[in-house]
Design a protein around this ligand. Structure first.
Ligand code: COI
Length: 360
């Protein structure tokens, strides 16, 4: 496999204020592009980050064959780029692809593309606490055709952006009562663009009522699913509980899985199971609801301050009392930036020699 590299003539990095990085609005110098045609992935290329031109008939605009990943890279104290759980992201994009009738992308090229991007754009990896380089691989259907069928051509693109925290304040959730995000047999587990599109109008309505996110529920509105931007964890009477992903309605979050592994490694029990809103209401009433937080690549740990359910405000205890989620955030950020030893084999380091072989 050969990735052809066209370097940017002048870096755009001076435009970035590393002490004030907005989430998802600043983009690094290079991007990776690959084409699927004639039944195989080809034309592997890294080029300057740039706009793309497409025909109005391009299928992704009409039937939504579009999937993506979100992953993070950091830099250690010696200046080596670190990739976090890149194998799992490479696997998950293919799980999403298959569900959406799209072709799997070769894992070795995916990893190689990311390694090369990190070498070329190493200086874009933020060093500040809580910041990282966010990588956004995505795949879209590119046939110019408006009949409904799976496209025969696709593009996979990976671009990167330095980011600070996704949420800067604890989030207020409102429980879904009218809309659902996903049901059994659907595409809830896939990182499909349409999963996000369907939540935008309900989100507008939630925002108008003063809430940041919707807590999505099962079709009967009894069981908690996720938040759309993150999975959810609850701590009730010392027990860590997170909704099970078994029925395929919830994204199998890689941060979610990382927290489960960190917790189990430290001797905590984690219950992955059906969790009803009634159980959360009951725990709040009897004083055993200790913590609620979101977990996601972008969000890392997002403390939840309150949950609206019907006419009830469930108030979660103050964030400084939440020792478990404070620990999880510290551990995960530490493993990611190399300041805490990684006992799980999640980190892949890119050494100086490899960086030097590609640096602009
Ligand atoms: C992520 O956490 O990577 C996501 O894809 C969520 C998105 C809202 C930024």
């Amino acid at each position: 496999m050969k990735i052809n590299i066209k370097r940017i003539s002048k870096s755009n990095i001076e435009s970035l204020d590393f002490d004030n990085i907005p989430f998802g609005k600043a983009f690094s110098d290079h991007m990776f592009v690959a084409d699927y045609k004639d039944g195989e992935w080809q034309n592997f290329e890294i080029m300057p980050y740039s706009r793309m031109s497409m025909s109005p008939a391009t299928m992704v605009f009409h039937y939504g064959q579009a999937i993506f990943e979100g992953m993070k890279a950091s830099i250690d104290a010696e200046g080596n780029p670190l990739m976090f759980r890149v194998d799992e992201h490479a696997e998950r994009i293919n799980i999403s692809a298959i569900r959406m009738g799209m072709p799997a992308f070769p894992k070795d090229v995916f990893k190689e593309a990311i390694r090369s991007l990190l070498c070329l754009d190493k200086d874009w990896i933020p060093k500040n606490e809580g910041s990282a380089l966010y990588l956004r691989p995505f795949m879209i259907a590119t046939d110019e055709y408006i009949g409904v069928k799976p496209s025969e051509t696709y593009k996979l693109i990976i671009f990167t952006c330095p980011v600070g925290p996704y949420y800067t304040e604890p989030v207020k959730l409102i429980t879904a009562e009218k809309y659902i995000r996903a049901s059994k047999g659907g595409v809830g587990f896939a990182k499909a663009a349409g999963n996000y599109a369907g939540t935008l109008q309900p989100m507008k309505e939630a925002k108008a009522k003063g809430y940041d996110q919707i807590m999505w529920m099962s079709e009967d509105f009894k069981y908690i699913q996720e938040c759309g931007t993150m999975n959810l964890f609850f701590i009730i009477n010392g027990k860590v509980i997170t909704p099970s992903t078994k029925d395929g309605t919830i994204l199998k979050g890689i941060t979610r899985d990382s927290f489960i592994q960190i917790l189990k490694n430290k001797g905590y029990e984690v219950e992955e199971r059906l969790l009803s809103i009634d159980e959360v209401v009951e725990a709040s009433k009897n004083g055993t609801l200790e913590d609620v937080f979101g977990a996601g690549t972008a969000a890392v740990v997002a403390p939840v301050s309150e949950i609206r359910y019907k006419d009830l405000d469930i108030i979660i205890p103050p964030t400084d009392t939440r020792s478990i989620s404070i620990m999880l955030k510290k551990e995960l950020n530490g493993i990611r930036n190399g300041s805490i030893k990684d006992p799980f084999g999640w980190i892949e380091m890119i050494d100086k020699q490899e960086v030097a072989s590609l640096e602009a």
